[in-house]
Design a protein around this ligand. Structure first.
Ligand SMILES: *[C@@H]1O[C@H](CO)[C@@H](O)[C@H](O)[C@H]1NC(C)=O
Ligand SMILES: *[C@@H]1O[C@H](CO)[C@@H](O)[C@H](O)[C@H]1NC(C)=O
Length: 403
């Protein structure tokens, strides 16, 4: 065999290794999904290598996607788009152009990206906000909160909270012609986490008189305690968000110290002093049978108390909204939860649905059987999937009917 054909063989084997990944059986557009996943994995491996060589932080390499997908704030025939600031926190603002006599609805949108990457100006997020503004004739505020590893918890939470608090003032709403009774907060993934946390925090804030009508949580991350839920086990290597990346996002939210990552990766990060919190994320009692399948519930294994003392954030409801008791849940607004079957975060969303319903909150749960995590990101060419459009339409239609 000549050198050239040998090289070709090696390249083909490597490519096949990258392209071939078990795609869940009920998914459509399998080839496209394999290629998208292969490019993600390549980038992730490059990031690992670069980090090991001491060149850059892992997340700086992943951030390349966010930067590549940056779009300027360009107004179109339906929406005026501007980059602005609310109380010094940047946000992208979408105001519908259509003249209407009455007040408008509003959606505060919190983008995903594991608290480390992503941005309101990324093409898919920008498009989703335009669609929302156009179809609902609503004002959309898409928050540009600060990211890890430069900023850790609670900076992300506080940036979002600052914008929400500022926007929910009568004078500000009046300026944009927004109806104070028709405001929603929405977010996907880490953004769903921030939306849920902020909505809980508002319940205790006497200074904010205007209430949110709806929270919409799109495949949200809601708990840090058990990173071995059935959905984590079933989707350890599922495209877009493997378990290792989710654990990395979680640990990076609190610190770049790799000891937290390692403890979380083996699910031994919660100190014994916090064992009372496990009942809030007990999948044995909170998951419907369909999702438990053959998984066997085992008692938690505790970690050292020093991690909990050094990084107490990961035991707080502001980071893990499932960690509150029922009395706190009772004040929450109408909630829309979207979960995907092939997603490590699936059970976070489902357990929140169970907890909210037990607390008497009205919840609309939309579970998509043939979806992966991050489905809403796949709505722009060349990485658009029919799935992305379907999920986006479902969410926006529900909002249109209920907000
Ligand atoms: C503006 O809205 C109309 C009606 O919803 C739609 O058909 C059109 O594509 C929108 N324009 C842009 C640039 O999105
Ligand atoms: C979780 O729920 C099961 C019953 O479904 C119970 O046996 C177990 O003790 C609970 N564990 C915790 C930590 O609450």
């Amino acid at each position: 065999m000549g050198t050239k054909s040998f090289c070709l063989l090696i390249v083909s084997v490597l490519l096949a290794y990258y392209v071939y990944t078990p795609i869940p059986e009920n998914m459509e557009e399998r080839w496209k999904l394999m290629l998208i996943d292969a490019s993600f994995r390549t980038l992730s491996h490059m990031a690992e290598l670069a980090e090991r060589l001491g060149l850059v932080h892992y997340m700086e390499v992943l951030m390349m996607i966010t930067n590549m997908e940056y779009t300027a704030p360009i107004s179109d025939e339906n929406v005026t788009v501007t980059d602005t600031e609310f109380n010094n926190v940047p946000a992208r603002l979408y105001v519908p152009r259509k003249q209407s006599s009455g007040l408008k609805r509003a959606v505060i949108y919190i983008h995903g990206g594991g608290w480390c990457v992503g941005g309101s100006a990324m093409e898919p997020y920008d498009l989703l906000s335009r669609w929302t503004a156009t179809k609902l004739n609503a004002v959309v505020v898409s928050v540009e909160y600060r990211l890890a590893p430069m900023y850790h918890f609670p900076v992300q939470f506080e940036d979002v909270y600052t914008v929400v608090r500022f926007f929910l003032q009568s004078s500000v709403l009046a300026q944009y012609g927004v109806d104070p009774n028709r405001i929603c907060i929405s977010g996907d993934s880490a953004g769903g986490n921030l939306a849920a946390a902020v909505t809980q925090q508002l319940l205790d804030d006497d200074q904010v008189k205007i209430k949110l009508k709806i929270q919409a949580l799109l495949y949200p991350a809601l708990q840090t305690l058990d990173l071995d839920l059935p959905s984590y086990k079933d989707n350890e290597n599922t495209p877009i968000l493997p378990k290792s990346l989710m654990v990395r996002f979680w640990s990076e939210y609190f610190t770049t110290d790799s000891s937290l990552y390692e403890a979380m990766a083996s699910n031994k990060h919660v100190p014994a002093e916090s064992n009372h919190l496990f009942r809030f994320v007990n999948w044995s009692s909170l998951l419907p049978e369909d999702f438990k399948k053959d998984h066997v519930y085992t008692s938690p294994i505790y970690g050292s108390s020093s991690l909990g003392k050094k990084y107490p954030g990961f035991l707080e409801p502001r980071a893990a909204p499932l960690l509150v008791d029922d009395s706190k849940l009772r004040g929450l607004p109408l909630t829309y939860v979207l979960t995907c079957q092939h997603d490590v975060l699936r059970d976070d969303g489902i357990m929140y649905v169970s907890r909210l319903r037990e607390a008497g909150i009205e919840v609309i749960h939309n579970h998509i059987e043939d979806a992966i995590h991050g489905a809403l990101m796949f709505i722009t060419s060349p990485t658009d999937l029919a799935l992305g459009h379907r999920v986006a339409n479902k969410y926006i239609e529900w909002l249109n009917m209920n907000l």
